[in-house]
Design a protein around this ligand. Structure first.
Ligand code: MV4
Length: 663
């Protein structure tokens, strides 16, 4: 192992930034690589040098080992940190680095390859005396051999792909009669996904906890552990919450599970950072599951309770230096809890969300750490994992960490994209989670499929949204000109100005009216009721509004005129004013109510009562923000009434005309 002074980070997003920061802090020079989609990404700007390695698809960029090795050579890096994902557990890449004279910051290729095959890993672990789930990992893959093994193990059994991981290709089989079909399906799935149809069987453990132990080894005979993480809360094998320590850990259990993890690493001559995964059953027995031969996404919770920088230690070990720590030097302090913030929409089956980030403003505070890969103005693209940030909180106790994490989520603003933030808060809020009782079955047990989306806005929230939107439209209409006497804002010479705003769609719709009452006070009508809303403060992003005597804090972002995203200390809600869009066909009931899309002056009204119009025909021209907006018919029909004349000042949502649809 040769010392190095320049390190290439073969990754992107938050983990690339995380690694680059430590490398810089250690005085190393840094090289970033990026795909065409990431040319202006934050990790590219943080590194001393950056090399473009290919087009957006990962297979042609971040997964292309040859291009990364060429980039390291071109930019003068002598070491490569793979992060997690991509090439982190690719034994061929680790070997190719070595052959190219580059230090791969991770374990040797043999350890990666060994742990990449579950059957082989389990045989080695059984031989090393590491407790494993009773099972079958034999070379005889015939149906007869597997069926005999399943009966010996006893149902229910888990069928797993030997080359798989993270739950892919895994099947639970409750009874003998279902085995043959499960084997056939698992084989075909495994062959397609991993290029190998080798299977293993295990006794199925019901409602286990996922407990993983962080291990570290140097090349000088030291192998230690750094305590455990509980990652039981997962959704479709994707981790949602991770914490350290495990809520049900005892000193005795930690000593035993830690010793087993260290033994697992020693048995294969491991070097660097690794994670040994166990299932912890309801009786407190633990069973080896697999070993991940990389730095994990959730390593920050271990860093927060140990005070160690795992990336710095990885680099140190890769330099050939001793770890410099004994088991006794590792002490655990307090509790840390992490959630993974994803650009995905729980209301649409957690569909990944892509597009530009309108506003990213992470929380800050005591005991809060946020590792993010995004910035305001950067786009989340469909090419890579949609995780945009990890929000982590530390506290003396688990409950303090949990409450801080809820607070940090509420204070973290991410607009422009759907996120799982509200879902994360609801997970953290569940009594079973708060009690530390969550197992791997938690999400299935606690959340009905239709219950993942979150709730509708309250009347007070809709009223605040309407007032925020009214004010944004007003300020736009009266020209950021600033020459308007503030006393004249909201002033009208005729009837009191009433602005109609309509939210919602198919299911619940909210029809509101906003009427200025002088000063910063507004009467907001909703259904038969009326709320009094006062604007105490409305900045570019933050606001404080009072609804019927109760003050609320909010953050907002206007994605387009007529669409405002607001977070009331928690989940982002999108308020889309239907009346702001000249799309009468989309109106409830399919009627032809044509409303002004924004505050402005009507320059022209192109139709009269009784005129026949076709969808797309020009109805009127509105001037706003020094631009002319053509308002077009959304449906075919006859103009039933015209409510405004050329020259009139109109407010957003004002009814301009009605079209009666053709029969
Ligand atoms: C199991 C199991 C029960 N019994 N193996 C899922 C991911 C992969 N790493 C292993 N997994 C499991 N293996 C036996 N013998 C239950 C799971 C499991 C699970 C494990 C960890 C975290 C979440 C999980 C969710 C469902 C199933």
């Amino acid at each position: 192992m040769t010392p190095f002074d320049t390190i290439l980070v073969a990754n992107r997003g938050e983990i690339a930034l995380r690694i680059l920061r430590t490398a810089r802090a250690l005085g190393l020079r840094t090289v970033a690589v990026h795909s065409a989609a990431d040319a202006t990404a934050p990790h590219v700007r943080l590194a001393d040098r950056a090399v473009a390695i290919g087009p957006a698809p990962a297979a042609e960029s971040y997964l292309d080992g040859a291009r990364i090795i060429a980039a390291a050579q071109a930019a003068g890096a002598q070491a490569v940190h793979p992060g997690y994902g991509f090439l982190a557990e690719n034994a061929d890449f680790a070997r190719a680095c070595a052959e190219a004279g580059l230090t791969f910051i991770g374990p040797g290729p043999e350890a990666i390859a060994l742990m990449g095959n579950k059957a082989e890993a389990k045989r080695r672990m059984v031989a090393a005396g590491v407790p494993c789930v009773p099972g079958y990992e034999g070379a005889d893959q015939s149906d007869a051999a597997l069926a005999a093994a399943a009966r010996e193990i006893g149902f229910p059994v888990m069928v797993k792909a030997a080359a798989g991981g993270g739950g892919r290709g895994m099947r639970l089989v409750e009874r003998d009669a279902d085995l043959a079909e499960a084997l056939a399906a698992a084989r075909s799935e495994a062959r397609n996904a991993f290029g190998s149809d080798e299977l293993i069987l295990e006794k199925a453990i019901r409602r286990p906890r996922h407990v993983e132990v962080q291990v570290f080894a140097d090349g000088h005979g030291t192998t230690i552990h750094m305590g455990e993480r509980d990652c039981s809360v997962q959704r479709r094998h994707q981790k949602v919450v991770e914490e350290a320590p495990c809520p049900v850990m005892t000193p005795d259990l930690r000593a035993r599970i830690g010793a087993a993890a260290v033994e697992a690493a020693r048995a294969i001559g491991y070097r660097g950072a690794g994670t040994v995964e166990f299932l912890l059953d309801a009786d407190g027995a633990f069973h080896f599951l697999e070993m991940n031969t990389r730095l994990q996404v959730e390593h920050p919770v271990t860093e927060m309770v140990t005070g160690l920088d795992l990336v710095a230690l990885q680099i140190r070990v890769a330099q050939g230096l001793p770890l410099g720590l004994d088991q006794d030097d590792v002490t655990l302090n307090g509790h840390a809890m992490e959630v993974r913030l994803y650009a995905e929409d729980p209301a649409q089956g957690f569909l990944p969300a892509t597009g530009p980030v309108g506003l990213w403003r992470p929380a800050a505070g005591d005991g809060i750490r946020i590792d993010a890969g995004i910035e305001t103005g950067q786009a989340v693209t469909p090419f890579y994992d949609p995780m945009v940030a990890k929000v982590v909180a530390w506290g003396e106790t688990r409950e303090t960490a949990r409450r801080r994490l809820l607070g940090a989520l509420a204070e973290t603003a991410l607009f422009g994209l759907a996120t799982n933030k509200g879902f994360l808060a609801r997970v953290l809020d569940r009594p079973a989670f708060a009690a530390g009782a969550a197992t791997t079955a938690f999400i299935d047990e606690e959340f009905a499929p239709g219950d993942l989306a979150g709730d509708a806005p309250t009347p007070a929230e809709a009223a605040m949204a309407a007032v925020v939107q009214f004010r944004l439209d007003r300020d736009r209409a009266f020209g950021q000109s600033r020459n308007v006497d503030p006393r004249l804002l909201d002033w009208s010479s005729g009837e009191p100005l009433v602005t109609h705003i309509a939210y919602g769609g198919e299911d619940g719709s909210l029809d509101l009216t906003v009427s200025p009452r002088g000063g910063d006070t507004y009467a907001v009508g909703l259904d038969d009721g009326e709320m009094t809303v006062r604007v105490l403060d409305l900045g570019a992003v933050d606001g404080r509004l009072e609804v019927d005597g109760v003050r609320h804090r909010l953050t907002f972002w206007e994605s387009a005129p007529g669409i405002v995203e607001i977070a009331f200390g928690g989940n982002r809600r999108v308020f889309r004013n239907r009346l702001a869009f000249a799309d009468p066909a989309a109106e409830a009931g399919g009627g032809g109510q044509v409303a002004a899309p924004m505050h402005g002056a009507l320059l022209e009204v192109a139709v009269a009562e009784g005129d026949r119009v076709a969808a797309g025909d020009r109805l009127a021209v509105l001037e706003a923000m020094k631009m002319q907006h053509v308002i077009r018919a959304g449906i075919d029909g006859t103009v039933a009434s015209v409510r405004a004349a050329a020259g009139a000042q109109v407010a957003a949502g004002d009814l301009l005309m009605e079209i009666v649809a053709d029969e």
